[in-house]
Ligand binder design. Structure first.
Ligand code: ACO
Length: 324
């Protein structure tokens, strides 16, 4: 019997501390005007000492389970996308598993930078279809504030912290564009461009854990080209016209990239979920956080067709099409 994955609940967590552009401009040679005009960002949430990737992921997961009306006993897998785990190991996903009181199944972290949530969703979807799991928490959780060089104005103004989660469960029958569920996912990577966006170090390196380095203009060019192709790919694979898409929930890296993708789909601006103004770029957390906001305030409703897309370090990129 064919199976597919249904998105039953979504939740998010944002750190309590809000840092505005003006706050940053007090200690950095930048301005609210520059940041807003180039990126669309007005503020970001920054994690406090107790707000780790595991803690935020746990809160987001709890919210997703609540919305799904599901208990921890229905979770048999946790896939957590992050570039900023609490520890190299154990996986932050296992910390979340313990905090939720889940004592069965399996849990692991996944590294695909800003594409992490799309990658994790694709893996979860595949495992549900294959019968390896039936209730999967897919989480993106990031504390980029701890891997930023706060003296580098070309990168530190762009990012924020947070976590978002969805709970997927198995349903009978094949995935189709008309039935609720994950319709399709498409993943890509091109390691030849690994040096335009990377962490300059790792826990495995003796000298330093590393900070984020980026060639912003190069990333921007790749994002516009690859994400446009990813959108086309998702529609063509499902023989859908772009008018079938109700909502675009894009990774939130730059307002100009988001607007370009909305135009490509011919979507009215109010059909594109934007959080970058308040959250900045929360990497793997940005899509589930945006989804949680738009589902929570009633914009995205059951039956709507949602297209998600992201590009990040790797380079990695991809899309997910979900009927709510
Ligand atoms: N405040 C003031 N001035 C600044 C700042 C700042 N925060 N940052 C850079 N500048 C200056 C630069 O020094 C430069 O000055 P110069 O002309 O005197 O040399 C000028 O502003 C223009 O800089 P550019 O880098 O050319 O600005 P650009 O318009 O390309 O915007 C940006 C930069 C916002 C980073 C853009 O390239 C972008 O959004 N790129 C994509 C980023 C992205 O998608 N990242 C994904 C990360 S995902 C992940 O996987 C982690």
């Amino acid at each position: 019997m064919a199976r597919h994955a249904v998105l039953a609940g979504v939740g998010g967590y944002l750190p309590k501390l809000i840092v505005t552009n003006d706050d940053l401009a007090r200690s950095l040679d930048t301005s609210d005007e520059w940041i807003r005009e180039r990126t669309g960002i007005r503020q970001r949430h920054i994690a406090g000492a107790d707000e780790t990737a595991a803690m935020m992921a746990t809160e987001a997961a709890r919210a997703a389970l609540r919305r799904a009306g599901a208990g921890p006993d229905e979770v048999d897998a946790i896939i957590l996308a992050t570039s900023t785990p609490d520890q190299a190991f154990p996986a932050t996903a296992t910390r979340v598993q313990a905090a939720l009181g889940v004592a069965r199944g399996f849990a692991f972290d996944l590294s695909a930078a800003c594409s992490g949530f799309i990658y994790a969703l694709a893996v979860a979807d595949g495992m549900i279809r294959a019968g390896q799991a039936s209730g999967v928490l897919v989480i993106g959780a990031e504390v980029y504030s701890r891997i930023l060089d706060w003296q580098d104005r070309t990168t530190c103004v762009l990012f924020g912290d947070g976590a978002g989660a969805v709970f997927l469960h198995a349903a009978e029958g094949p995935a189709t564009p008309d039935a609720p569920g994950v319709v399709s996912t498409h993943l890509h990577a091109d390691g030849r461009h690994g040096d335009i966006l990377y962490i300059d170090g790792a826990v495995g390196q003796r000298e330093r854990p590393g900070t984020l380095a980026m060639n912003g203009a190069a990333v921007f060019r790749h994002a516009v080209v690859n994400l446009a192709a990813a959108v086309e790919e998702a529609l063509a694979a499902n023989r859908l016209d772009r008018s079938a898409v109700d909502w675009l929930v894009p990774h939130q890296a730059n307002r100009r990239i988001i607007d370009a993708m909305g135009k490509k789909l011919g979507l009215a601006p109010e059909r594109v979920v934007v959080t970058i103004d308040r959250h900045a770029n929360t990497s793997a957390a940005s899509i589930p956080l945006a989804l949680a906001e738009a589902v929570g305030d009633g914009r995205i409703r059951p039956g709507h067709l949602v297209l998600m897309e992201a590009l990040g370090g790797g380079l990695t990129w991809g899309s997910a099409l979900v009927r709510m």
